[in-house]
Design a binder for this molecule. Structure first.
Ligand code: AMP
Length: 305
């Protein structure tokens, strides 16, 4: 089977033991078979170019359900026209190979016409956790993510879906959508998988030049230090917004000093709502960050305490 055929609604393709499905009719048929055997189903939504972070989520999904469906779909609805949709890495053959080693049962790889057929006109518009941070810089993004995830949930009808903490705001947006729309599935989160030097694995890391790659871990270093400083500040008094701004400014100086070109945001937020924390809040906090290294935008986040 040629790569091009695989990409586009290829129908059922056997790769070793793992079927790669391109049409909803086939997907529904397989899932119906599992259901009638009383098997539970986990879904791992991805855009492909799989790395160990994705595979850890695949193992987590498989450990929590009898069956695992991994979707591979580079979703045009979450890219702005100037973003990297065309050059986003597409490595479907290697992806299938990796998935076949972690117990994935089916790869769901619809093409754009299968996902968004002629006349498609309905969108999910998330607010709440979707407001601010990424949305200030990528206003189209969470609408595209929520819409495609809502469709994937409806297509696969899984008992649970696994998402990475790596995209922490996305995880919060999906949790909120599932809650708000009473979608009948559980959202299970997996921790961020990192390189030895702290850089979060990402399909986009391959865009980094060797020099940029050596600078990249500075983002995680700075926000990890920020997390410690926020925890210390919290122990010694109220976390005023002035104090938080000062601490975030220090982290931004460290990131820029290490060689990053530009920072979109480094922020301290309530870990569940992603709102700015009240000075006397005692609930869990999260640090979220996005910054540019040359032409590559990296995001990362860590827990406080
Ligand atoms: P993507 O293919 O980039 O859309 O990511 C698919 C899923 O993998 C999302 O839930 C991501 O949060 C998750 N993911 C991506 N990178 C990592 C990582 N380094 N560690 C854990 N999960 C990740």
């Amino acid at each position: 089977m040629a790569k091009e055929e695989r990409k586009g609604g290829a129908g059922s393709v056997e790769n070793g033991s793992i079927p790669v499905l391109g049409t909803l009719v086939e997907l529904r048929q397989i899932v119906r078979g599992w259901r009638s055997a009383r098997e539970t189903v986990a879904l791992l939504p991805t855009m492909g170019a799989l790395h160990e972070g994705h595979l850890a989520l695949a193992r987590l999904g498989k450990s929590r359900a009898h069956r695992l469906v991994t979707s591979i779909f580079v979703n045009p609805a979450q890219f702005a026209p100037h973003e990297d949709f065309d050059r986003y890495p597409r490595t479907i053959e290697a992806d299938i190979e990796k998935l076949s080693k972690v117990g994935c049962d089916v790869v769901w790889a619809p093409d754009v016409a299968e996902m968004y057929p002629e006349g498609f006109a309905t969108r999910v518009l998330p607010a709440g956790a979707a407001e601010g941070l990424e949305s200030d810089f990528r206003p189209h993004f969470f609408g595209g993510v929520a819409t495609v995830c809502c469709k994937l949930f409806s297509q696969v009808q899984p008992d649970l879906a696994v998402f990475g903490e790596k995209d922490y705001q996305q995880l919060c947006v999906i949790r909120q959508m599932v809650r708000d729309l009473n979608l009948p599935l559980e959202i299970v989160a997996g921790p961020t998988v990192r390189e030895g030097d702290g850089l979060a694995l990402s399909s986009r890391n391959r865009y980094l030049s060797p020099t940029e790659r050596s600078i990249a871990p500075a983002l995680n270093r700075a926000i990890s230090k920020l997390a410690e400083r926020v925890a210390d500040a919290r122990r010694t008094g109220p976390l005023t917004s002035r104090k938080l701004t000062d601490l975030c400014d220090t982290a931004k100086r460290e990131v820029l000093g290490a060689g990053f070109a530009k920072i979109d945001y480094i922020a301290v937020r309530d870990a569940a709502t992603l709102r700015e924390p009240a000075p006397d809040s005692t609930g869990p906090l999260r640090i979220l960050a996005a910054a540019w290294l040359g032409k590559t935008r990296l995001i990362d986040n860590v827990a406080v305490g």
